[in-house]
Write a protein that binds this ligand. Structure first.
Ligand code: GTR
Length: 327
């Protein structure tokens, strides 16, 4: 929450002496990943940069490991203004933002470069306008690589392997439908409930990028990881409109710049983080199925059936075509 704290008396003094903002303030950032995840490292950097740029007047309070909320709850708090900042996967926004529903469609992006160009263009502006209608300001996006399936039962190599599989998905209608189309049963669960669900047998499979597969510990319960790369939906850093408008224009700029800097930092580290995570998973017994070993044509064929459900009018069709045409 934005608040003035006594403990920041020293910071306040420094700010006053340095001619900075008169009040030292905390900005709370809610994060579900634990320390050590590349996402948390990037946010720590954001906090340092922000404090430097504002001469200590803005202090980021990073609440990691889901201490404050799971991602659906965090997004709800951003919308109602009871949380300052949250980092969530964009899939969480898909119930409220039509643009996110479209960009969550599987196999839409040819590459991550393609996705970044789309977000940097008109589509990104549409998304940010929709976020604003929900009481949120987009500060930046973060790389989330590509998501792939993992199972506790057996390697997923073709469409047939989804039959009877109970697959944990994020809170997104698109992913629920995807699993149904593939022939499995979707189970919506928050991230921190996935391990228990593997242990109890409530689920047989889930999907995620490599750093999250490893830092979450899911790899210990679902050792068959199939690199099908069905989606690349990025992470998003959002601030509530309430917190945003309470900042001075100079503070807003400092926050935005620190956010963009942390995103660039993360983009550079991401590939390394993927390689290291995969190596760790392999070393500890994960069985990796490469994309070339998966009968992708069957899976993709079913996944694209979602397109006809989610592209509901000409405007959606134009949007998707514009994404596909983006070089
Ligand atoms: C991670 C992502 C989290 C969360 C998680 C999940 O890759 O960084 O924000 O969405 O996946 O599957 O719930």
């Amino acid at each position: 929450m934005v608040r003035v704290t006594m403990v920041h008396g020293l910071v306040l003094l420094v700010a006053l002496l340095g001619g900075g903002s008169v009040l030292a303030r905390d900005l709370t950032l809610a994060e579900v990943h634990p320390p050590g995840h590349i996402m948390v490292q990037s946010e720590e950097r954001l906090g340092t940069r922000l404090a430097e740029a504002t001469k200590g007047a803005l202090q980021l309070q990073l609440k990691h490991s889901g201490q404050l909320c799971n991602e659906s709850q965090c997004w709800a708090k951003i919308k109602d203004g009871s949380l300052d900042i949250a980092r969530v996967n964009m899939a969480e926004l898909s119930k409220d933002l039509a643009a996110v529903k479209l960009m969550s469609l599987p196999y839409l992006f040819r590459s991550r470069e393609h996705m970044w160009r789309v977000l940097g263009g008109e589509f990104g502006q549409r998304l940010e306008a929709e976020a604003a209608k929900n009481g949120a300001v987009v500060l930046t996006y973060y790389d989330s690589g590509t998501r792939s399936f993992y199972s506790s039962k057996k390697p997923i190599r073709s469409l047939a392997d989804f039959a009877g599989l109970r697959v944990r998905v994020q809170n997104s209608p698109v992913y629920k439908d995807l699993i149904e189309k593939l022939g499995g049963t979707p189970v919506v669960l928050p991230y921190d409930k996935v391990i228990e669900a593997f242990k109890s047998g409530e689920i047989d499979a889930a999907e995620n990028n490599t750093p999250s597969y490893v830092t979450s510990g899911h790899y210990k319960y679902a050792k068959y990881y199939s690199l099908d790369e069905h989606s690349s939906v990025p992470e998003v850093l959002v601030i509530s409109k309430k917190a945003w408008t309470s900042l001075s224009p100079a503070q807003q700029q400092a926050l935005k710049e620190a956010a963009v800097d942390s995103s660039e930092f993360m983009k550079k580290q991401w590939a390394d983080s993927e390689v290291q995570s995969l190596a760790k998973a392999k070393k500890e017994g994960s069985v990796i199925t490469e994309k070339s070993q998966i009968a992708m044509s069957g899976i993709e064929g079913y996944a694209v059936k979602l397109y006809s459900k989610y592209i509901t009018d000409n405007a959606d069709m134009e949007t998707v075509l514009a994404i596909l045409r983006t070089k």
